[in-house]
Design a protein around this ligand. Structure first.
Ligand code: C5P
Length: 407
């Protein structure tokens, strides 16, 4: 997806082994539709060559403030004025300290200092050893650089090139792409707390087996990501799925419908928007065996009895918070035919302001989908598109409905 189409990013590399990841980051920015101008410090050139970055960005790399290619000999002015954002990845501890001090004795620091602060954002992806990261000097500098208007994208945790394990790794290129994309997104849901349920539930029969369904969780995860991009504080209650947690989203993993109900009602107490995409099992086995149910060779098969599961959406929609219009509830309906009719009936039955219909067999496990939005005013179609695109459109639709609904 061309999430960064039309954007011009100045990608600054400073001295750190994480420079090897900047090659991939550059490629991801370009693939997402951005033009990328790479600027490297002398120390960065010790880790990766400008040739690599030139080949990936398709532009010659700038490394010196004395670069005579610029007719006015002012690359620090020219490069920063063209940018939609300056992204420093990796940003070393030393470079952060230099930013704090307003040093400007090399092209990259000079360019950061010379950037018009009101219109050219500076995003930094720190990378360093865990002791350097934890040092009060670094933490103090990070607070100062943020106070001076930079956006600090955070660090990863794990094995470090020095052989130690801890905080301070540069975020992975895909994570940085997600963060930079989110940074550019309009903050339509700023101040909102969005709660999303996603995926299937798993209803245990015994310690080995259980009943579940084919829900992939992709739509719900895309919604959680889109809500965070739109500036919301997001909690994602996820059934058993193998999907990475969207950046900046608080995830609660659950198995059964009962667990999901508990986690959801707890989070719903402070949420302002609830989107129920989970394919909750309608029934669970009436009894759960503590031990594996064994076949005894007699040919007799076990008889299974079922109990109906709680309807999580219905329970939340009936809560005081939803009824007093502090919590906007959105349901999903997976149907196989007569989508509009079924979706309208389901919206009434659940007593919610917005219901999103889709045709189940056309969406399960797919990366794209088509949605039908049903509210009190009628029906609106969101044509087939990638799930993330639809999730973003849905966030826009929800944001547009909130003011009228709340009065
Ligand atoms: O009633 P039905 O399962 O068709 O409704 C679908 C909608 O209700 C979805 O939003 C789904 O997440 C939610 N739901 C729920 N708990 C259930 C069943 C459905 O939250 N037990």
């Amino acid at each position: 997806m061309q999430d960064l189409a039309g954007k011009h990013i100045v990608l600054g590399l400073t001295g750190g082994i994480a420079c090897y990841k900047s090659a991939e980051l550059c490629r991801l920015f370009v693939k997402a539709g951005a033009t990328v101008q790479v600027v490297m410090t002398e120390a960065a050139e010790q880790f990766i060559t400008p040739v690599t970055m030139q080949a990936l960005s398709g532009r010659t790399v700038y490394t010196s403030q004395w670069d005579t290619r610029e007719p006015n000999n002012m690359p620090h002015i020219n490069l920063s004025r063209e940018a939609d954002a300056i992204v420093l990845a990796p940003c070393s501890a030393d470079f952060i300290a230099r930013l704090v001090q307003g040093r400007s004795d090399d092209l990259l620091s000079l360019m950061c200092l010379a950037r018009p602060m009101d219109r050219i954002p500076l995003l930094i992806a720190p990378a360093m050893n865990r002791e350097m990261w934890a040092h009060p000097a670094t933490q103090r500098n990070l607070m100062q650089v943020a106070a001076d208007g930079a956006t600090v994208l955070g660090v990863g945790n794990g094995w470090q090139a020095c052989g130690e394990t801890g905080d301070g790794r540069m975020l992975e290129p895909a994570q940085l792409l997600e963060d930079v994309t989110a940074f550019f997104s309009p903050k339509l849901l700023a101040g909102q707390k969005v709660l999303v349920t996603a995926g299937p539930t798993f209803e245990a029969l015994d310690p080995i087996r259980g009943i579940t369904n084919h829900s992939s969780g992709k739509m719900g995860f895309a919604i959680a990501r889109a809500a965070r991009e739109a500036g919301a504080d997001v909690t994602l209650v996820a059934g058993p799925v193998h999907l990475p947690t969207p950046r900046g989203v608080a995830r609660v993993d659950v198995l059964s419908a009962q667990d999901m109900l508990e986690a959801t009602t707890r989070a719903a107490q402070s949420a302002s928007i609830f989107v129920a995409t989970a394919a909750v099992a309608d029934w669970r086995p009436a009894t759960q065996s503590n031990q594996k149910i064994k076949k005894d060779g007699s040919g007799r098969t076990p008889v299974l009895n079922f109990t109906e599961n709680p309807d999580i959406l219905l329970a939340v929609a009936k809560s005081e918070r939803a009824r007093s219009k502090k919590l906007f509830c959105v349901g999903f309906a997976a149907e196989s035919e007569n989508l509009a009719e079924h979706a309208k009936a389901k919206r009434e039955r659940k007593g919610i302001p917005l219901l999103v219909g889709n045709i189940g067999p056309l969406t399960f496990g797919q990366d794209d989908n088509a949605l039908l939005l049903v509210d009190a005013n009628g029906v609106r179609e969101l044509p087939r598109a990638p799930k993330l695109t639809l999730a973003r459109e849905l966030m826009t639709e929800i944001a547009a409905r909130l003011p009228d609904w709340r009065v």
